[in-house]
Design a protein around this ligand. Structure first.
Ligand SMILES: *[C@@H]1O[C@H](CO)[C@@H](O)[C@H](O)[C@H]1NC(C)=O
Ligand SMILES: *[C@@H]1O[C@H](CO)[C@@H](O)[C@H](O)[C@H]1NC(C)=O
Ligand SMILES: *[C@@H]1O[C@H](CO)[C@@H](O)[C@H](O)[C@H]1NC(C)=O
Ligand SMILES: *[C@@H]1O[C@H](CO)[C@@H](O)[C@H](O)[C@H]1NC(C)=O
Length: 441
């Protein structure tokens, strides 16, 4: 944690001293890409951050996580295909002296070819996504060596929601645990791991309702957004303008192909300044806020309570020595956002709006719902010398960093834990959802 803060400070310092405008030689590239941020760019490390208290031992772990980095969806892949045709314009504009891009940045764009499988296999998990899950599995295994030693069938539950990339994520994670385990047969229980996916009312009133993106549309007509677009066109020296869709496509190209684990940025990111990237980042924050977050809290509250009630049940069982050593659910960003709403975390006093981008906002998808974003809860059993009675606490981590805003810097006594989670036990969604959504995607 300390180290991380320090490097960030150093980066800002260096950046202010050298006003180099090239991308290729910028030491600290801005790599927060909203909900498409590679996990590596923001993660902590559970091996370092795990809270160890004398007299306590971990007896159960409950994890919920988003799938790993994936390819763009079909429509966005098509936008990217389209924008790739502009490469020649960008290069020739530079060659005739119209562009203020750096020579090396242009050369890198010129020589770079997109991996076509990324575009031909929409939504499939990317290799980096596989690595993200494998590696977090490794780290969890190393952080809890005693607890996870030689897991037996009765000790674990791994449950992906619907879809190939959730299953792939589960398999990668299980492999990362480095034990003789395989994904059990699909005992899908979307009620816990992805209740929104089958909730008719949510799917119709929110998920598939274009009004959800109203604030995003407002934002795209603000000076903040329009200036960003103009900066890019001026920098490239183009004699035509980009549509908003083109800008989205270049941003997607930049972020989907920037590799966090091998630390290989995409040359196309050179088109953007840090400020441009911050403008684009805000769009994801708005989208998530009004689709899964505080902007639709009557839905997110209710649906987000389903997995959290399960967490309490699982830890009650573990406390009674009838539980699992590890429970892991694999889901979508939607679920992660909803969990934050239920726990009242990263809530801004003023709602996010398209009219105003608050640079100090708490709701930042770049830190909250990145690829492989996760919440880890650890049940610890503790004893004091000379006392027979055990007592318990629950430690919470988000993206492998302590969830400092919960209880005592992320550690709740059993009582505090129950006080927060018990009200969720009675939550039901059948009536609330009105009908079952069958066309899950
Ligand atoms: C360079 O800029 C001029 C003036 O705007 C424009 O007419 C010309 O088409 C541009 N050339 C290229 C290759 O972009
Ligand atoms: C792995 O598990 C399978 C089935 O549970 C078992 O047959 C096999 O012997 C195990 N292999 C090792 C190396 O423990
Ligand atoms: C796994 O699920 C499939 C489909 O539901 C079923 O046909 C198969 O028998 C199951 N296998 C096991 C080992 O339970
Ligand atoms: C849940 O419902 C039961 C039965 O209606 C009730 O007795 C209990 O107090 C409720 N628990 C909570 C935490 O609301």
């Amino acid at each position: 944690m300390k180290f991380l803060t320090l490097t960030v400070l150093v980066c800002f310092y260096v950046k202010n001293v050298l006003t180099s405008e090239c991308y290729w030689n910028t030491e600290c590239k801005y790599n927060f890409f909203g909900s498409k941020t590679p996990y590596e760019n923001v993660r902590g490390d559970i091996r370092d951050s795990v809270v160890r208290t004398e007299g306590c031992e971990a007896i159960s772990i409950w994890v919920i996580m988003r799938h790993g980095k994936r390819n763009p969806g079909q429509i966005f892949a098509r936008y990217i295909q389209h924008i790739l045709k502009y490469k020649d314009f960008i290069v020739s504009s530079y060659e005739v002296g119209n562009s203020s891009m750096c020579a090396q940045d242009i050369e890198n764009i010129k020589n770079w070819n997109v991996d076509l499988t990324m575009l031909s296999k929409p939504n499939e998990m990317a290799e980096e996504g596989y690595q993200e899950l494998l590696r977090i599995g490794n780290r969890i295994n190393e952080a809890f060596p005693e607890l996870l030693k030689e897991l037996q069938k009765k000790d674990h539950l791994f449950l992906p929601g619907f879809g190939q990339r959730l299953k792939e994520s589960a398999k990668a994670f299980i492999k990362g645990l480095n034990q003789n385990l395989t994904l059990e047969n699909d005992t899908y229980d979307y009620q816990i791991v992805a209740p929104y996916s089958t909730c008719g009312k949510y799917q119709v009133k929110v998920r598939r309702n274009p009004d959800v993106y109203q604030e995003e549309e407002v934002y795209k007509n603000t000076a903040d957004y329009i200036n960003m677009k103009e900066r890019i066109i001026r920098k490239l020296g183009l004699s035509f303008t980009f549509s908003n869709q083109d800008i989205t496509a270049i941003y997607d190209l930049c972020r989907y192909t920037s590799d966090g684990i091998s630390n290989k940025p995409c040359p196309w990111c050179a088109v953007f300044s840090t400020e441009d990237l911050q403008v684009l980042e805000y769009i994801d924050d708005l989208r998530h806020y009004y689709r899964n977050g505080y902007g639709v809290s009557q839905y997110s509250q209710r649906l987000g309570q389903m997995p959290l009630a399960d967490l309490l049940r699982k830890f009650e069982q573990a406390k009674n020595r009838k539980g699992k050593k590890i429970v892991s659910y694999f889901t979508h960003a939607t679920m992660m956002d909803m969990i934050l709403v239920v726990l009242n975390l990263y809530k801004d006093t003023n709602p996010l709006t398209g009219a105003h981008r608050d640079i100090n906002r708490k709701w930042r998808t770049s830190f909250l719902s990145t690829f492989t974003s996760n919440m880890i809860a650890v049940l610890n059993r503790c004893s004091k010398p000379g006392q027979d009675e055990y007592f318990y606490n629950v430690a919470f981590y988000w993206n492998e960093k302590p969830l400092l805003d919960l209880c005592n810097r992320g550690v709740c006594s059993w009582q505090e834990f129950e006080d927060i989670f018990k009200p969720f036990l009675n939550t039901t969604i059948t009536e609330f959802c009105e009908f079952k959504w069958k066309n899950i995607d």
